[in-house]
Design a protein around this ligand. Structure first.
Ligand SMILES: *Cc1c(COP(=O)(O)O)cnc(C)c1O
Length: 515
């Protein structure tokens, strides 16, 4: 470990900007504060809190810890500052546009937060007697009714805790339905443009995944799909709008063909914000679709959570949906259908996805978002999301290769590639250049069907002024990459760290500091 000066400053911490004549004693640059690792500044002899010596635990046997674990400590104020400084090196939707395609990072209205923090919602406990949480059950139920209405489906499972979890729920419904029919179909067809969670879910649920190719215009190849259908096919998993940012126009024909051979249709509905209020998946013959509440109905996410992935189900699959769920009775009361009463009320359920009922905070936020927008406002969400993405696509297609620009309007996201950049320049350089311009980069190298992909989702919550500034920044970076500006190869120049070895960080993370 390198020796530290008293302020914890190591010269090599500073990428660009550390030139001798501009270097500061602390390493800070005005309000851009340098922050070492806690292992570098803390010590095992320091603590911010005084605890009494713990009494020996009764009988932990071999579980009893015998040696100190050696975590470094700081004083209370140093601890607060350490984490506050680190948090300031983060990028957040409240700081600026977050153009990640496929992730839908949009503004989260503060009203949602206010409602979610009301003690009657925030403080409920899942083990409270049901008569004391009727309001919470009503919220879950009302949100469920809205989701069914908006999707034109028959039922909904509210408990899955993220999009991928919802996929698993839907596929387990399909599995249960096939078992009930006494059929052992093993193959799930997944287009090659699918989100990575789709084949992962199918494999996790024990199915064999087979790829279906895409067409030159970026959509599922209907003829290839039809050619593969047969009695061994359990179903398809199709993302719509898809990860190329396009609406699968053949969706109804795909569903009809899959149903004709006895299969089921799973739709990845993570991008429902592009079509909410415009298209009802139920009308397209879909049997199961997860909705990412954290993408379509606001609620903050990123950095690992939380999320919420309710799954809407067709009449054919609804009987197999998971417990628990909140049911409304004729007298207006709500009751959870769980193991005890499922036999009478929901006998074919495949079982439980989670310990309790899902993400209560997400439900409250999503319902707040839905009610504050109203049906007409939700329709406008889709219109604005699509308008903004097309504005980005058309504003940049003259400087960045847009592989599917000729396939018609895009949906919620605009797809570009690094074709046509100067020799030696790639998507990574554009992304790093965006960091210097103060933006979180767009999604890079996804979808895999496009070489050097750049996927930009502006979302419906950005104004034209914000989009214009972003377009200006991306346009200038694209031109630099086309003209081979060597400075772009070492960007970012203004970030606390420049280019890290991402492979090494992923493959060999240093999780324990050794002196
Ligand atoms: C985000 C996303 C998922 C996964 O959702 P999580 O909530 O992150 O598990 C799946 N499919 C698509 C198309 C997505 O955009």
């Amino acid at each position: 470990m390198t020796a530290l000066n008293p302020a914890g400053w190591r010269p090599e911490m500073h990428g660009a900007g550390g030139a001798a004549d501009t270097a500061t004693f602390t390493g800070n640059r005005a309000l851009m504060l340098e922050e070492p690792l806690i292992f570098e500044i803390g010590s095992t002899a320091t603590t911010g809190v005084d605890f009494d010596e713990a009494a020996p635990a009764a009988d932990l046997g071999a579980l009893m810890r015998r040696d100190p674990i050696g975590l470094p400590g700081l004083s209370e104020s140093e601890t607060v500052r350490h984490y506050t400084r680190l948090s300031r090196q983060n990028y957040a939707i409240d700081l600026g546009l977050f153009p990640l395609g496929s992730c839908t990072m949009k503004h989260n209205p503060r009203l949602n937060e206010k409602v979610a923090r009301m003690p009657g919602f925030a403080d409920v406990h899942p083990l409270q007697p049901q008569e004391t949480v009727q309001g919470a059950l009503a919220v879950i139920n009302e949100l469920a009714v809205w989701l069914i209405e908006l999707t034109g489906m028959y039922g909904v499972a509210m408990s899955p805790k993220a999009g991928a979890h919802g996929e698993l729920c839907g596929i387990l419904c399909i599995k249960a339905a096939l078992e009930a029919r006494g059929e052992d179909r093993r193959v799930l067809l997944v287009p090659e443009s699918a989100h990575g969670t789709n084949p992962a879910t199918a494999a996790f649920a024990g199915f064999t995944v087979e790829d279906i190719p895409g067409t030159a215009e970026g959509r599922v190849d209907l003829a290839a799909l039809k050619a593969r259908l047969g009695p061994d096919v359990a179903g398809v998993m199709i993302t719509n709008p898809n990860t190329c940012g396009l609406f699968e126009r053949d969706m109804k024909a795909i569903s009809d063909a899959v149903h004709a051979v006895g299969g089921y249709v799973y739709c990845d509905g993570a991008n429902f914000n592009a079509i909410v209020g415009k298209v009802r998946p139920g009308d397209l013959g879909i049997d199961a679709m997860h909705i990412n509440l954290h993408k379509t109905f606001s609620t903050p996410h990123g950095g690992g959570g939380p999320g919420s992935g309710p799954v809407v189900l067709s009449k054919a699959l609804a009987p197999y949906g998971p417990i628990p769920y909140s049911a409304r009775y004729a007298d207006g009361s709500f009751k959870l259908i769980e193991e005890e009463n499922a036999g009478a009320e929901h006998p074919d359920t495949f079982g439980r996805m989670t310990a309790f009922h899902g993400q209560m905070g997400m439900f409250t936020r999503a319902l707040t978002y839905i009610l504050s927008h109203g049906a007409d406002g939700l329709k406008q969400v889709a219109e604005d999301a699509v308008l903004n993405a097309n504005y980005i696509l058309r504003s940049l297609e003259d400087v960045l290769d847009a592989p599917f620009a000729a396939s018609g309007p895009c949906m919620h996201e605009a797809l570009f590639s690094d074709r046509g950049l100067a020799e030696g320049f790639s998507t990574l350089d554009i992304a790093k250049g965006l960091i210097d311009e103060g933006y979180h980069p767009m999604t890079v190298y996804f979808p895999l069907v496009v070489h050097g992909a750049m996927l930009v989702e502006p979302t419906e919550t950005e104004s034209k002024a914000v989009l214009d500034q972003f377009v200006g920044a991306l346009r200038s970076i694209a031109l630099r990459a086309k003209n081979g500006d060597p400075a772009l190869k070492s960007a970012p120049h203004f970030a606390p760290r420049a280019r890290l070895d991402e492979t090494l960080a992923a493959r060999k993370p240093v999780l324990r500091w050794e002196d």
